[in-house]
Design a protein around this ligand. Structure first.
Ligand code: GLN
Length: 482
């Protein structure tokens, strides 16, 4: 029997009814990884340990919510005794002595960590082309990017290899690849999920989240991923609700805001049509649309590309060839050791960000750039606060368009604009979900819904209502095994 393209819910019921054993499911998952190796979705596999855990579950069955479910882990989460590269040459030999809280939580819920997924180097990118381990291909096309930075996770789910994967989202890295690969992904409220054991990129923006085929599966994963973690000082000490509860409640009477300042007329007319069709669909479910103004929202991309590089330049200073990471051969002296270890270890995009970050934090430019960006960030948050007095949610396309060809976007600024619709939620710390809502030229597109802080349950409810009444999330690419 095939396990490809199955959801967590479906796989769990196959396991419970003994239609398949845990060992067979895990083994078959590795077969699928092998069949779709050309997608380059994985950097490191966890085969031996995964099969042992699966066999143990066959001997001692468990009632845990993710029991026996193979999950692909983004290679940004540290995993005890399993190589964690973060997509970089800098960490190509790094074997962590402990696991991230997210990994511990998911494994404690019975899941089987199948391997580490490919990603943009240190999560910097929107196309998965900055990975030291080569780019990832989108299962929906010959030479299409899967989006980034969680592109390996998105491609593995979209190809039906796994039902679920972990991702992280600093400026869109869960939602944008979810959109381009036709799957569902949510960035929770900042602090909802512990950042302990996530390799830091921009600490005030980084947030982990689930990627799966359906909103319901994402809710099942979130139930396990969230926890208050004293090891992360920004972890929220909030009750974790059962995110699946009330997921199918009707949404009649809900008010959704459409952002006046997002000029959709600049997008391809087919992309706009997909968005308008989704609006009509929600209207048929009883939703009312209201225009809202977020006057500063178009400053989000420039603001993000000051704040994120600033934090990255500081966070990545730990990779010096002494404490962590690549060390060059035969250094002449300490300075040579630093310079060559970092020059060899980091790729171009990471170096670009470190340079920008060091510049905007430097004594002469701090006030003009970094401080200003932080002030604008506050204005953007205020805009959202005002909007949420009028509406329950805010809706937009997730991306400006569908997946593009690998190698076709050489201008970094163009690439940064890929994040136009996703970065505002990170700057404001708000939860946002992307769900598949249509196709253009046989390539998937995503719809983004943003909620007020801690309102993930509402996002799941609204997304699930869409998925109960449409079938975009059920579409699968026609893939050839190579
Ligand atoms: N594309 C954005 C960037 O390159 C976002 C990345 C992310 O969310 N990790 O910074």
């Amino acid at each position: 029997m095939s396990i490809q393209f199955k959801t967590i819910k479906e796989l769990s019921s196959m396991l419970r009814s003994k239609e398949i054993s845990n060992h067979e499911l895990t083994k078959e998952t590795f077969n699928l990884i092998e069949s779709y190796k050309h997608l380059n979705a994985f950097i490191t596999l966890n085969k031996e340990r995964a099969l042992i855990k699966a066999s143990e579950l066959d001997k001692n069955s468990s009632e845990l919510s993710l029991s026996g479910i193979p999950i692909a882990q983004k290679d940004l989460f540290v995993t005890k005794d399993l190589r964690t590269t973060c997509g970089s040459n800098m960490l190509s030999n790094f074997i962590p002595p402990y696991s991230a809280t997210v990994i511990e939580n998911l494994e404690a819920a019975g899941c089987i960590s199948i391997g580490k997924t490919n990603m943009d180097e240190f999560a910097m990118g929107s196309s998965n082309e900055t990975s030291f381990y080569g780019n990832v291909l989108n299962p929906w096309g010959q030479n299409l990017v899967p989006g980034g930075s969680s592109g390996g996770s998105a491609a593995a789910v979209a190809a039906g290899i796994v039902s679920a994967a972990t991702g992280t989202d600093t400026g869109g890295s869960i939602r944008q690849p979810a959109s381009l690969c036709g799957i569902t992904g949510i960035k929770p409220t900042y602090g909802r999920i512990s950042r302990w054991g996530m390799v830091a990129f921009a600490s005030s923006l980084d947030q982990a989240g689930p990627m799966a085929r359906t909103a319901e599966d994402c809710a099942i994963l979130m139930n396990e991923m969230c926890s208050h973690d004293p090891k992360d000082t920004t972890s929220l000490d909030e009750d974790v609700p059962d995110f699946t509860k009330g997921i199918d409640a009707p949404i009649k009477g809900l008010k959704i805001g459409i952002v006046k300042e997002f000029d959709l007329s600049k997008l391809d007319s087919n992309v706009v049509k997909v968005f308008e069709d989704s609006k009509k669909h929600y209207e048929s479910l009883g939703v009312e649309f209201v225009e809202v103004s977020l006057p500063n929202i178009n400053l989000s991309v420039p603001t993000y590309y000051v704040v994120a590089p600033a934090e990255c330049s500081s966070n990545l200073s730990r990779f010096d060839g002494v404490r962590y990471g690549n060390r060059c051969d035969d250094p002449k002296d300490l300075e040579d050791l630093y310079i060559r270890s970092r020059s060899e270890g980091f790729g171009d995009e990471v170096k670009r960000r470190i340079l920008i970050g060091s510049y905007v934090l430097s004594a002469g430019f701090y006030d003009a750039y970094y401080k200003k960006a932080q002030q604008v960030r506050r204005l953007i948050k205020n805009d959202f606060d005002n909007a949420f007095e009028k509406v329950d949610l805010i809706m937009s396309p997730t991306t400006r368009g569908a997946a593009f060809e690998a190698g076709s976007m050489s201008d970094p600024i163009e690439m940064y604009l890929e994040d136009l619709f996703t970065v505002p939620a990170n700057l404001a710390g708000l939860p946002g979900i992307s769900i598949p809502n249509g196709h253009v030229d046989n390539k998937p597109l995503g719809l983004q819904l943003i909620a007020n802080s801690l309102q993930e349950s509402l996002l799941f409810n609204v997304a699930h209502n869409f998925q109960m009444t449409t079938d975009w999330h059920l579409k699968t690419p026609s893939l050839e095994a190579k």
